[in-house]
Write a protein that binds this ligand. Structure first.
Ligand SMILES: Nc1ncnc2c1ncn2[C@@H]1O[C@H](COP(=O)(O)OP(=O)(O)OP(=O)(O)O)[C@@H](O)[C@H]1O
Ligand SMILES: [Mg+2]
Length: 1025
């Protein structure tokens, strides 16, 4: 609100409470006008909404607009009907009480539109579920149906409500619209049979004729032409450009099915509507005796009879005769033509009026809330506005009386109750002068003296009562009343403005002159007794319900229309008094229904009779807001640390403490007996805003606390569980440990016992130990097996019990190794080893140098064929050379050393000096071979010397002694001929001439001729391996 103050020069003030000269009607009008020209049709007076009919559509009722206003503080946004609707809704939810919105204003000011906007807002803003949407649709669609049957074009409004409507919307505690209820007031039935010029009958007639499907019209006996129906053409404007009857018909048809009218209901309903039209067309003729008569084959009659399911005869009798009860007899007295027309019209009105009531009940059935839990209610009262025509009749009298009553209610609820409340609360009150219309209400409704009483009296009294006798009675009884004038009672000047049959009431809103003509008739609303009886015979289900056989007959006079209306208004007042009031005041800017035109005189008049200035004066004098201490404290106690969460003292003290803490200045508030009064809305809004902020903070805190509590609970539970698990686990571990130890003790005991008895026979005591020893030995053995055959003696020492097994294993393993070794030997190596074995058998342990020769491998030959002279080879070519080796030959005489080749063939051994064969020795002639036992490498070949010419034995030296000798022994097959000798060897130098070779060990190796002529061979001692 404050933000918009900056724009006030252009758009005026959006709350009249802020208007400076607040007592000035002109300033008030100026503000309204300024805003109206800026398309700002809404203005507040506090929480009252003033709405000026713009007579044009603009984009302020969209879904987007609704969203903007939803849940927003009332004064934060520009005034709007949605702001009011939202505020009512939220107050209802937070305070859980009932409310009503009174929408008032004169005809065409926009009351019905306003009520529709409110309903549409709730339809969008309320929580929605499938069920709730269903209710919502019915609430919304009940409107077009009620408007079709209850609204009509008048001179003032093309869609004028011709009945009063109070609609309850019921909400559950979450704000879901769960049901509704409609009350209707005083339908203007006379419109069915008569319309003023420029006006129409109720919309539904035109909609049916214009929009009804061909089949339907045929079935109803109707033609698609309004001009054919007398009841539709009296205003001479059946067709209006602003009304689209065809599309309205479609809306109504659709709505009827949504609010659960069965096809049968709909058929019957339109049957009734059509029958009213047919009824209107029935013409009476005067018979020869001047009484009304109908010709026998009257088409219209037949249609009425068919549609209402009443025998034609009965209907005909009912329309032309009246039943008179004379003592025990029933006599039918014929009507005059005028009477018959009157009775026909009365019947048409009664049928339509009662059907309308049935329709309202039917809608209520569909809106009924089946859930019985407690509901809160928002009531919407859209009731006909104050009406002043050129000629005002009974209807205007009732309507204006209703407006007087509502004004009184308004006065009671706001002005009066306001003052009273201040007084009650002990708050100083600057009294606001206002016009209390009680005096007019009393003038109309007071028992015995009021106009209604006088009218009823005239209607009910025997004798010739007429409208004029009623007027006279009023003149007699009410003369002198300041708000009542007639021609007779008026002063000179006023009399000129009154006809003889007129009376004038000075209503709170202004003067209205009523013409008494028709008052009695309309109040009686006489339906002749047999008219009702005829209807009771109807086969039409709706008519049957509307004219029940239980209805008291005419012996007791039914209540007059005005009395019925009066009591319904009392009922309404009671309904409203129990609820919190909210107001929408609608203003009509001009009579021409034109947009943008602001007629000052017209508006000033409305401002006056709507009591707006009085309302504003009260608002400005008093306080904008008041609440019971308990409610106020309950809502805002969170704002002060002393009052939160609980206040120990009285609520008033609590509120005092709270407002002190909030920093209210003394002129901003007053403390009453039970309530706090806040002068300016802005103080309250600041408090509310602070509360909204605080609420979130509190919610967060509560949430955090709760979360903490939950988490702590979880933690404690988890900790307990963990301790439990830990205890169990430890117990289990301890038990395991104990078992392990006792098992270990047993094992050790057994081990010791086994060890002690290890050498005894197998018994229970040592069997396991021995098994262990066995296994242990075998495992160790596995890791310590000899790697080669040569290590065969390094066998792991076995424990006594394993000795036999160890021996067997050793044997097996050695065999395995040998086997492996043997298998791994090549043929060459085998041949070599065989040779070595031969050598071994000959020299092992016999010759000192033998061990050192073992490691030296033998070769096939030591001299390749290429190193032997070709000549020599030629000479021995027929013999196969098996082996050749270089030797040193010592001459027989003188023992000089000579290098020679020793070649062994298959047959003989040759001593070769380069190209010459020096000596050939047949193996046969080779007697033997001598070698010393020492480390020298001399060999002496002994040959048989039969012939003197033959050379003697050979003394040779070879580096390959063992190889050469082994080869020789094998080639010549002389294994046994090789002798190892000690000391000296005798040899034949020539046959018959002997020589000697002496062998001895010395410091160094030497060969020389000794003094004794022997060949002395000294050799160093070889270290045995
Ligand atoms: N807020 C609005 N915006 C646009 N047009 C409006 C608005 N209010 C009313 N009107 C126009 O004014 C016409 C009359 O309004 P409405 O029928 O609500 O009047 P009323 O006060 O209910 O009159 P009555 O007492 O005759 O029933 C509407 O048909 C519509 O054309
Ligand atoms: Mg209306």
């Amino acid at each position: 609100m404050e933000a918009s103050l900056t724009a006030r020069d252009r758009v005026g003030i959006q709350d009249f409470v802020l208007l400076d000269p607040y007592t000035s009607e002109t300033a008030f009008l100026e503000n309204l006008k300024k805003r109206f020209h800026e398309n700002l049709i809404y203005t507040y007076i506090g929480t009252l909404l003033v709405s000026v009919n713009p007579y044009k559509d603009f984009d302020i009722y969209s879904k987007k607009q609704m969203d903007i206003y939803m849940g927003v503080n009332f004064f934060e946004l520009p005034p709007h009907i949605y702001a009011l609707a939202d505020n009512v809704f939220r107050t209802m939810l937070s305070e859980f009480n009932n409310h009503f919105i009174l929408i008032s204003g004169e005809s065409g000011a926009g009351k019905t539109e306003a009520s529709k906007k409110i309903l549409q807002f709730y339809a969008v803003s309320c929580p929605s579920t499938k069920l709730l949407n269903n209710v919502r649709d019915r609430l919304l669609l009940s409107n077009p149906v009620l408007e079709a049957f209850g609204n009509a074009k008048t001179l003032k409004n093309d869609n004028s409500s011709r009945f009063g409507k109070y609609m309850d919307i019921q909400f559950d505690h979450q704000g879901g619209a769960v049901g509704g209820h409609v009350l209707s007031y005083l339908l203007e039935k006379s419109r069915v049979v008569h319309q003023n010029h420029g006006e129409r009958n109720f919309h539904i007639f035109y909609q049916l004729v214009e929009g009804g499907e061909e089949d339907l019209l045929r079935w109803l006996g109707l033609e698609r032409n309004c001009q054919h129906y007398r009841y539709l053409v009296q205003g001479d404007c059946a067709k209006v450009s602003s009304i689209n009857d065809k599309s309205d018909w479609r809306t109504v048809r659709k709505a009827l099915s949504v609010i659960e009218f069965s096809e049968n209901d709909i058929e019957q309903l339109f049957g009734i509507i059509a029958s009213v039209l047919h009824l209107g067309n029935i013409k009476f003729e005067a018979n020869e005796r001047g009484y009304a008569s109908l010709n026998n084959n009257n088409q219209e009659m037949n249609w009425v009879s068919k549609l209402l399911g009443i025998p034609t005869q009965v209907l005909q009798q009912g329309l032309t005769h009246r039943k008179i009860e004379a003592k025990a007899e029933e006599v039918f007295s014929p009507f005059s033509v005028d009477h018959a027309v009157y009775a026909r019209d009365a019947l048409a009105k009664a049928i339509y009026g009662r059907t309308f009531n049935w329709l309202v009940n039917k809608i209520n059935e569909s809106l009924v809330n089946k859930d019985s839990s407690r509901k809160t209610v928002i009531g919407l009262l859209d009731i006909y506005g104050f009406e002043v025509f050129n000629v005002n009749s009974f209807e205007q009298f009732c309507i204006n009386y209703c407006n007087e009553k509502l004004q009184q209610l308004f006065i009671q609820l706001t002005l009066k109750s306001e003052q009273e409340e201040y007084e009650m609360e002990g708050i100083e009150w600057e009294s606001v002068p206002f016009f209390n219309n009680k005096i007019i209400c009393d003038l109309v409704e007071e028992k015995h003296r009021g106009i209604i009483s006088l009218l009823d009296e005239e209607c009910l009294r025997p004798g010739e009562a007429t409208d004029l006798t009623f007027l006279e009675k009023m003149e007699e009884k009410i003369a002198g009343h300041p708000h009542f004038v007639t021609h007779k009672l008026a002063d000179q000047k006023t009399r000129k403005t009154l006809d003889r049959g007129d009376f004038r009431l000075l209503h709170y809103a202004g003067e209205v002159t009523y013409c008494v003509v028709g008052f009695l008739d309309k109040n009686n609303d006489l339906l002749y007794r047999n008219g009702k009886e005829v209807m009771r015979q109807s086969k039409n289900a709706i008519i049957k319900l509307c004219f029940p056989s239980t209805e008291p007959d005419s012996k007791r006079r039914p209540e007059t229309v005005v009395t019925q209306f009066k009591s319904s208004l009392v009922g309404l007042t009671e309904i409203l008094m129990s609820k919190e009031p909210w107001y929408v005041r609608c203003i009509k800017p001009n009579e021409a229904k034109q947009p943008g035109r602001f007629d000052d005189v017209l508006v000033r008049h409305q401002v006056k009779y709507l009591g707006l200035m009085e309302h504003l004066r009260v608002r400005r004098a008093g306080f904008a807001y008041r609440r019971k201490y308990e409610i106020f404290l309950q809502r805002y106690k969170a704002l002060c640390p002393d009052t939160w969460p609980n206040w120990k003292g009285t609520a008033a003290e609590g509120v005092h403490c709270l407002v002190k803490h909030m920093g209210y200045t003394p002129d901003e508030y007053k403390m009453g007996r039970t309530k706090i009064f806040i002068r300016h809305p802005k103080t309250l809004f600041a408090t509310e805003d602070a509360f909204q902020v605080c609420k979130h903070r509190l919610a967060t805190r509560i949430q955090a606390k709760y979360k903490g509590y939950r988490v702590k609970g979880d933690y404690l539970r988890q900790r307990e569980a963990a301790t439990k698990i830990e205890t169990c686990w430890r117990g289990m571990l301890a038990r395991k440990e104990r078992d392990k130890r006792s098992w270990a003790v047993k094992v050790i005991q057994k081990f010791i016992k086994g060890f002690m008895t290890r050498n005894q026979a197998v018994s229970v005591d040592n069997i396991e130990y021995l098994a262990y020893v066995r296994q242990n030995y075998l495992t160790r053995l596995k890791d310590n097996l000899p790697k080669t055959v040569l290590e065969k003696d390094s066998w792991l020492t076995s424990p006594p019990i394993m000795q036999e097994a160890a021996q067997l294993l050793k044997k097996l393993y050695i065999r395995l190794m040998v086997r492996k070794y043997v298998r791994g030997i090549t043929p060459q190596r085998k041949a070599q080893l065989l040779l070595k074995a031969q050598t071994s058998s000959m020299f092992k342990g016999k010759k000192e140098s033998y061990p050192s020769s073992v490691g030296r491998p033998f070769m096939d030959t030591r001299i390749g064929a290429e190193d032997i002279s070709i000549k020599v080879l030629q000479m021995i070519r027929h013999e196969q050379i098996k082996y050749s080796v270089p030797v040193v030959k010592y001459d027989r005489n003188g023992f000089r050393p000579r290098f020679r080749q020793l070649i062994l063939t298959k047959e003989a051994a040759y001593l070769v000096e380069e190209t010459k064969i020096k000596q050939r020795m047949d193996y046969i002639s080779l007697k033997g071979v001598s070698v010393s036992n020492l480390s020298d490498n001399f060999l002496i070949l002994h040959v048989t010397c039969d012939d003197m010419k033959q050379k003697g034995d050979l003394v040779l030296q070879s580096d390959y002694l063992f190889e050469a000798l082994t080869k020789l022994s094998l080639i010549a097959n002389k294994q046994n001929s090789i002798k190892v000798v000690q000391g000296s060897v005798r040899f034949d130098i020539q046959p018959g001439r002997e020589g000697f070779v002496d062998f001895k060990s010395g410091q160094e190796s030497m060969v020389y001729r000794a003094k004794n002529g022997h060949l002395m061979v000294e050799s160093t001692k070889t270290k045995s391996r």
